[in-house]
Design a protein around this ligand. Sequence first.
Ligand SMILES: [Zn+2]
Length: 114
Amino acid sequence: MRGCPDCGSPVDESFRYCPWCAAPQRLKLVDFFRPHPLIEQDQTKALRVSRYLAGPAPERHVRFSVWDDAGAHARARAAVSLDEDEARRLARFLVDSAPPYRDEPAHPPLTDRK
Ligand SMILES: [Zn+2]
């Protein structure tokens, strides 16, 4: 347990945001995403997404980088940073354009309901 740098409340170290004041507890959040399993040429690659939380809002950004692990040294092949508005627009695009989950049956037409 450590203290939130903004409000001083105790915060578990696994928390990314303070549960009391919502202040970010880390300056950078990173996650990796696997390539599509059926696209052969992408099997050694991964997408790394880093959200930088430090600094005033105009300086915060989300960086996308394509990593290639072909061989002994993983390295970024390309990268681009988006500001918060553009990152939010990307998130909306992905959610709004996604098909229904594979195992989730489509909603039956209202006329089929009993
Ligand atoms: Zn706090």
